[in-house]
Design a protein around this ligand. Structure first.
Ligand SMILES: Cc1ncc(CO)c(N)n1
Length: 227
């Protein structure tokens, strides 16, 4: 692969992140995230995000289950399944965390109405459940979904950030070192799949990545409160 235009170390994902850096930065450095980091965030925006994200995470579980199923059927690496299973276990904790956190903030989770951007994103996840969608495409989307949150919230915890004390726990949830390592493992799995993929599957995976980035931006936009 030496001399190839593809990155030999970072793999396809690194190549795509460079190619789509504007889109990636749009998703990981959104004004909502910047406002958390600057300590100027409007708490009603934060609460709105929290209610919507709880709904998203519930829809995310069946998606991750479908990735697990695809890994079991299509992956030739046994460790893939264990990484994905670890992700599912983390989601179980996440749902419990959302319930506790929401009650602290006085956000009633039982009657949150999913907004348009959330519905669209959940519908996109549902489209990936199909057995027609290749494991490579699904794992690329999965990595991207987790990586956006990891990059965004880790940015709020960097030295010099002014994140309010009461929001740090939320940022830690996705910005912590071990979540970073987990995202790195997902990226490695995605890269290994992409390395073996046909051009057709490669382009589907790239499109899925771009869709995730667009949906993430729209998701953050919901925090502003316009419908
Ligand atoms: C919208 C959204 N994207 C990604 C994650 C990461 O799990 C999340 N909880 N919510």
């Amino acid at each position: 692969m030496e001399g190839s235009s593809k990155d030999t170390d970072g793999g396809m994902i690194q190549t795509w992140l460079k190619k789509h850096l504007v889109n990636y930065t749009g998703a990981t450095r959104h004004p909502f995230i910047l406002s958390i980091r600057e300590g100027t965030v409007d708490l009603s925006s934060f609460k709105r995000w929290m209610g919507q994200d709880y709904i998203f995470v519930r829809a995310f579980v069946p998606f991750v289950a479908s990735v697990l199923l695809k890994a079991w059927k299509e992956s030739d690496d046994h460790s893939d399944m264990e990484v994905i299973l670890g992700g599912m276990a983390a989601l179980n904790d996440e749902i419990t965390w959302f319930k506790n956190e929401a009650s602290k903030w006085g956000v009633p989770l039982s009657n949150v109405v999913p907004q348009r951007a959330n519905q669209d994103y959940c519908r996109f996840l549902e489209s990936l459940l199909s057995s027609e969608v290749e494991y490579t495409v699904a794992i690329t989307a999965f990595w991207a979904i987790e990586a956006v949150y990891q990059e965004s919230f880790a940015f709020c915890l960097e030295d010099g950030s002014k994140t309010p004390e009461e929001l740090k726990e939320t940022c830690q949830r996705w910005g912590n070192v071990s979540f970073g390592q987990y995202c790195h493992l997902l990226q490695k799995i995605a890269n290994q799949c992409l390395e073996k993929a046909s051009d057709d599957v490669l382009s589907k995976a790239e499109v899925a990545l771009l869709h995730v980035l667009e949906h993430e931006v729209e998701f953050w936009n919901m925090s502003h409160g316009e419908i």
